[in-house]
Design a protein around this ligand. Structure first.
Ligand SMILES: Cc1cc2nc3c(=O)[nH]c(=O)nc-3n(C[C@H](O)[C@H](O)[C@H](O)COP(=O)(O)OP(=O)(O)OC[C@H]3O[C@@H](n4cnc5c(N)ncnc54)[C@H](O)[C@@H]3O)c2cc1C
Length: 370
């Protein structure tokens, strides 16, 4: 598609956040154009696990993720050394979905909704009331920055100021192996985690996350002998791909006629598996705010949407930082799996953090008495 001279909403970045924001704005009746410097299907290092609340958030946008294939998983397993604990989601299943399949589906949904999609078009600046894409000015009433964690739009709009900004490093590879029992697995090691998502009948996605930018999957595998055995027998089906896991909360996500969405607007640690759910929810909130001509409402909704995942992210990073705490917490939950089930229910938004407070006390007591 050629770039138009003008549009109501100009979305910079055609990853999941840009496409979700475009679909939501189109459903509100806006004329919407998306420009991305790559072309579909766009791949990215990602754990490829979508929690049940993420599937529901996509459905609220009219996107049925099951149409892209993928593999449902019924819950989560934590494992450290010989100790493991697992629980099912209170309702529904999560979905393991290859990133390229997700992107293809979202492009189809955006096209069907009437969004103008322009690929291989790099945006290089934000003059007044528009953006420069491929060297030409596109006039727009609203600019949406969906250009990922390194977001140039965030910088151009003067929205870089953060309350919190820390990073870890992720590394992803697929293997031809079957998943364990329909679960997403998180294996805890010293200073790193491996998480495994089933993404095909006999394919898994393995992600390593750590604070060490040089650590690679093959270096970390000896810490996880059971996983090492499984993947050695299977063999990789893709090359290793790296990405940054930022825990970032911005002071503001909009200014003037510019609003940020997805990783451009801040993010939680990837171990939460919440990135996609967050951006689907943000997209709906943003479209509502554009329709009401009130970006302040988006700022407030963005803060509200981020609270629970940020809390879970901090909890997980505490477990990453302290081996003693992690060991006790996982053993305590293994001896009382109901506590883990409640934690998972809180994670997917089915139990409020205040309702979890009593379980939190029980967990603390169990950790002290182990
Ligand atoms: C290792 C790892 C594992 C993860 N695991 C999970 C998981 O299991 N579950 C989950 O829900 N989330 C996970 N996430 C998070 C999830 O991948 C992100 O939240 C999500 O990709 C954010 O999408 P986005 O559209 O905001 O950004 P991106 O996917 O980064 O898309 C940004 C787009 O903007 C385009 N762009 C950038 N600059 C310009 C420009 N100047 N002009 C035009 N286009 C531009 C890029 O080409 C790109 O297509 C993980 C992330 C990492 C790093």
């Amino acid at each position: 598609m050629p770039l138009p001279d003008s549009t109501d909403v100009f979305v910079i970045g055609g990853g999941p956040a840009g496409l979700a924001a475009a679909i939501a704005a189109r459903r509100r009746g806006f004329d919407v154009t998306v420009a991305d410097c790559s072309a579909p299907p766009i791949d990215k290092a990602c754990g490829e696990g979508i929690m049940p609340n993420g599937i529901a958030a996509a459905r609220a946008l009219g996107i049925d993720l099951s149409l892209a294939g993928g593999v449902p998983f019924r819950g989560i397993r934590f494992r450290e050394g010989q100790t493991s604990v697992e629980a099912a989601f209170p309702h529904g299943c999560g979905l393991g979905l290859r990133r390229t399949a997700l992107h293809r589906l979202m492009v189809d949904c955006a096209e069907a909704a009437g969004v103008t999609l322009v690929w291989n078009a790099r945006v290089t600046g934000l003059p007044e009331n528009g953006a420069i894409a491929d060297g030409c000015k596109v006039r727009a009433r609203w600019i949406v920055g969906a250009d990922g964690g390194h977001s140039p739009v965030r910088r151009w709009a003067g929205l870089d100021a953060c309350h919190r900004d820390s990073r870890r490093y992720g590394s992803r590879r697929h293997y031809r192996a079957a998943a364990a029992n329909g679960l997403m697995e998180i294996h805890w090691g010293q200073g790193c985690q491996l998480y495994i998502t089933p993404v095909g009948a006999s394919e898994i996605c393995v992600v390593l996350v750590s604070r060490d930018p040089h650590l690679r999957l093959d270096d970390a595998l000896p810490q996880f002998p059971e996983v090492a055995r499984r993947v050695a027998a299977a063999g990789p089906s893709t090359l290793e791909r790296g990405g940054i896991s930022a825990s970032r909360r911005l002071k503001a996500v909009c200014r003037g006629n510019v609003a940020l969405v997805g990783d451009a607007s801040g993010s939680v640690d990837v171990i939460t598996g919440e990135g996609l759910c967050l951006l689907f929810q943000q997209a709906v909130a943003l479209a509502g705010a554009l329709a009401a001509d009130d970006l302040g409402a988006y700022q407030a909704a963005h803060r509200r949407i981020g609270r629970r995942p940020e809390f879970m992210s901090r909890l997980m990073l505490l477990m990453d930082a302290s081996g003693r705490l992690r060991d006790r917490a996982i053993r305590a939950m293994a001896s009382r799996p109901r506590l883990f089930a409640h934690m998972l229910a809180m994670h997917v938004g089915e139990l409020s953090p205040s309702a979890f407070a009593i379980d939190g006390l029980a967990l603390g007591w169990q950790m002290l008495t182990l």
